[in-house]
Design a binder for this molecule. Structure first.
Ligand code: PHE
Length: 454
């Protein structure tokens, strides 16, 4: 099989390791913190159906395309396009991915820092006896402080850098293989607990019973953004991870399995949260504070609640960590390969610059609360722009690259592992990346951003 060969590059050691690392990237705060609140704000069951359609028709093909580009080129997102399309402007797609990686890591690690604060609060009994109004005040006053959010953010960033420093196989693969199963077990326990609460049925109904009258252009844009964010696609995470995947790995199977794990965990998170939300008469539209205000309230009202609270926030921190390492890895691979410096140096530069950006994001309700663009603070700006603009736009260009630029033989070669795998789905895949995915992304964009109205 041809393709580029840069031997001596670090790589994943096993099939399971590939799945653990890629699913570790995909499964994160996006599934457990973001999915429920975005779904709650955008119509519940109807949102879920659109979300499913997007995963299958757009998400999986984009993920496959990224894996193809990564493994073919054996490079970071910028180097990948430079290798596969020398002298052409395609590398700008990779650059856009690096910008997105910085922005995502900044606000994402800030939320990851909140989970550490909440683990700490469960340990010192900080929620005890507080009603929901008091819990809301507690969350808001924590967020608007200037020291603590920045401190927790820094701790989380250093932990992330520590794992990435361990390397692809010994750091990323090894840690995710332990953390991912642990996360699944904790989540299942929480689902069972939530489903056995009196009145849980309403939450299940909210999650699974579609009310199509609630669908608007914005709903679809939010579902698209959520799908890209949750699958970690559109910014080159899977180009980077793809470049570490062994030659005999079935890329299409990997993409489908990772997407299914991601989907299932998001649905489990919904099952863990909404029955409890309804059982305690709380609004599903509580926004990004849903996890941090609503859940501690619920935990207090159930027996053994603080143990569950601890388990939950611990789980959230783990899920976040296996994702932050994948985002940092993108930046590190880019710096080390494109600037030709050691990984260690690249990690130091990346982490140091992240401090500045991330602390600004984590102080969006504190010291930096007056810094606003389009009426959004730094955190909201990064959250909205990456998920709803940069990632879908990146995804559009990535599929376009495969559909219209990369020789078809190269794609076929990567997906079939040099002709050893039979590809029954190949024509469907090409149809999806040539027509369905780009047209759908473009339409959702124009409509969701209010540029075209249907
Ligand atoms: N997919 C991760 C999550 O759902 C977030 C992420 C986005 C990670 C983009 C990498 C790249 O939490």
């Amino acid at each position: 099989m041809s393709g580029f060969d840069f031997s001596g590059r670090d790589s994943f050691g096993s099939r399971l390791g590939v799945i653990a690392a890629a699913a570790g990237s995909a499964v994160g705060l996006g599934n457990i913190w973001r999915f429920p609140y975005v779904l709650g704000e955008n119509g519940g069951g109807a949102f879920l159906i659109i979300y499913l359609l997007i995963i299958f028709a757009i998400g999986i093909p984009v993920m496959m395309s990224e894996l193809v580009i990564g493994r073919r080129s054996q490079r970071n997102p910028v180097g990948a396009f430079r290798t596969l399309a020398p002298g052409k402007p395609w590398f700008l797609v990779g650059m856009m991915g690096i910008v997105a990686a910085f922005m995502i890591l900044a606000f994402y690690t800030a939320v990851a820092g909140w989970t550490l604060e909440y683990i700490y609060q469960t340990l010192i009994g900080g929620f005890n006896g507080k009603n929901s109004a008091e819990l809301a005040t507690m969350f808001e006053s924590f967020r608007s402080e200037s020291l603590r959010p920045a401190l927790w953010f820094s701790i989380f960033l250093v932990a992330t850098a520590g794992i990435v420093l361990g390397g692809v196989r010994k750091g990323i693969e090894k840690s995710t293989k332990i953390l991912m199963p642990l996360l699944l077990i904790l989540l299942i326990v929480l689902c069972i607990k939530s489903l056995t609460l009196p009145g849980a049925g309403k939450g299940v109904e909210f999650l699974f019973k579609p009310d199509f009258s609630k669908i608007t252009g914005t709903t679809v844009l939010m579902a698209l953004g959520q799908a890209f964010f949750s699958l970690s696609i559109g910014m080159g995470t899977l180009i980077t991870y793809g470049s570490y995947i062994p030659r005999d790995n079935n890329l299409a199977a990997t993409a489908v399995q990772v997407s299914m794990v991601d989907l299932i965990i998001a649905i489990f998170a919904g099952i863990a949260i909404f029955p409890a939300v309804f059982a305690f008469g709380i609004s599903p539209e509580s926004g990004e504070s849903l996890t941090f205000i609503v859940l501690p309230g619920i935990f207090q009202q159930i027996t053994g609640g603080m143990a569950f609270a601890f388990a939950f926030f611990f789980l959230l921190a783990i899920a976040a960590l296996t994702s932050t390492i994948s985002v940092l890895e993108v930046i590190v691979a880019y710096f080390s390969e494109q600037l030709n410096i050691s990984r260690r140096k690249a990690i130091i530069i990346a982490t140091a610059s992240m401090f500045v950006l991330g602390i600004s994001a984590s102080l969006s309700w504190g010291l930096m609360r007056d810094v606003k663009l389009f009426n959004l603070n730094i955190f909201d700006l990064f959250n909205f722009t990456t998920a709803n603009i940069l990632l879908p736009l990146g995804g559009l260009l990535i599929v376009a690259f495969l559909a219209w630029f990369l020789p078809g033989g190269d794609t076929l070669d990567e997906l079939s592992n040099g002709g050893t795998l039979k590809l029954k789905y190949y024509r469907l895949f090409r149809f999806l990346i040539k027509f369905i995915a780009p047209v759908a992304i473009a339409l959702v964009f124009l409509n969701g951003l209010g540029l075209v109205k249907f």
